[in-house]
Write a protein that binds this ligand. Structure first.
Ligand code: ADE
Length: 367
């Protein structure tokens, strides 16, 4: 992440920031209350609640001792009541430990209801630590600055942004001109006032337009990309690489379902232990000469995730080949050599971790 945007952004924040009640304090308790309230609620709605809450419960001890009924009354109308229940549990933990507020990101993360964003916000705003506070709005700003066309809802993109922003923050703070808290809030402020969602960012007024790749390339309406990661059903599978000399067993997948009509290595649902694996091979009418457990592999389909374990099994060669090397009807096993698998039978990439292994281990053949 380039850091040329830091100085103009912080300078803009110094003169353009909104006068908000939680910007007049460095008290970690008050900052925490504000950040939790702001998580799912608009700034304008939070202002009144924030002031009332702090007046009624001015510190951790007061919150820890507050009866639930009174607490819920103070929160009434803000919604997402688990937020305040978690706050009370966290306050009880802090109070039980002597009352001093955790002053590191890790210490904050250990408390209920405090995730990476809130830990970063409290660390930087209350304690001046060079930590990153990356919520959805900050992600939008960062993605546009970099013209990042990746999905910002993906955990890996968020973690990378957090890491890079932390490095930028460390450098900026080390230079002495920028405070961590102001820098964190300047990104929040830019996201709220200028770099707003959808196709209407106010780029003409943006203090960092010169540093914004999405703006320069006309991509602000496409960035950020937000795609919900689908939740996949996890299926466990045990895959068998059954080898007879240079040949390997495959079979045709039946039906119209997932990968129907394609070929696969024989497999069974579930993760079989060695004994069950041998039993399966014997049930097919083969004798296992030796069997080796292979490393696990994973494959992601759009709605299903396969978690595979596998055994490589050497079986005894058969005198009467026709008896066992039946052909590709009805899911029966078919023994094919490497070149046949590569050229003739469609083997889905779900099995590629194991197919690759075969390529390494089965030399060129006569097939
Ligand atoms: N949203 C989340 N944190 C905020 C803050 N400190 N100021 C304004 N809006 C916010």
């Amino acid at each position: 992440m380039r850091d040329a945007f830091v100085k103009p952004l912080v300078d803009w924040y110094a003169v353009s920031k909104r006068d908000l009640p939680w910007r007049h304090t460095r008290d970690p308790y008050a900052i925490w209350v504000s950040e939790i309230m702001l998580q799912q609620t608009r700034v304008e709605a939070v202002k009144g609640y924030y002031e009332r809450f702090l007046e009624a419960l001015p510190n951790v001890e007061a919150l820890a001792a507050c009866p639930d009924e009174k607490l819920l009354k103070l929160w009434e109308g803000l919604g997402y009541y688990s937020r305040v229940r978690n706050m009370k549990r966290a306050a009880e933990t802090i109070a039980a430990g002597g009352g001093s507020f955790p002053n590191t990101r890790e210490g904050l993360l250990a408390l209920p209801g405090i995730g990476p964003y809130t830990a970063g916000a409290i660390s930087s705003i209350a304690f001046g630590l060079p930590e990153a506070a990356v919520d959805g709005n900050v992600l939008r700003v960062l993605a546009r600055l970099e013209a990042c066309e990746e999905n910002i809802l993906s955990g890996s993109v968020r973690r990378r942004m957090e890491k890079e922003l932390r490095e930028v923050t460390e450098n900026a703070v080390a230079g002495g001109e920028v405070s961590a808290g102001d820098f964190a809030q300047s990104l929040i402020e830019l996201g709220a006032l200028i770099c707003v969602p959808n196709a209407a960012p106010r780029c003409a007024m943006c203090p960092v337009a010169d540093e914004c790749e999405a703006g320069k390339r006309g991509l602000t309406d496409r960035i950020p990309l937000r795609k919900k990661e689908t939740s996949r059903r996890v299926e466990e599978l045990t895959v068998f690489l059954v080898r007879d000399g240079d040949s390997i067993a495959i079979r045709r997948r039946e039906g119209e379902g997932l990968l129907g009509g394609m070929y696969e290595f024989p497999n069974l649902p579930g993760h079989l232990d060695r004994g069950a694996a041998v039993e399966y091979i014997e049930k097919q009418g083969f004798f296992a000469l030796n069997m080796k457990k292979l490393p696990p592999a994973r494959h992601l389909f759009s709605h299903v995730e396969w978690r595979m374990t596998a055994y490589e099994v050497r079986i005894a060669s058969f005198e009467n080949e026709n008896e066992y090397r039946s052909h590709d009807d009805g899911g029966e096993w078919l023994f094919a050599v490497r070149s046949e698998i590569e050229e003739k039978y469609a083997l889905p990439s779900a099995f590629s971790a194991y197919a690759r292994r075969l390529r390494l281990h089965l030399g060129k053949d006569k097939g």
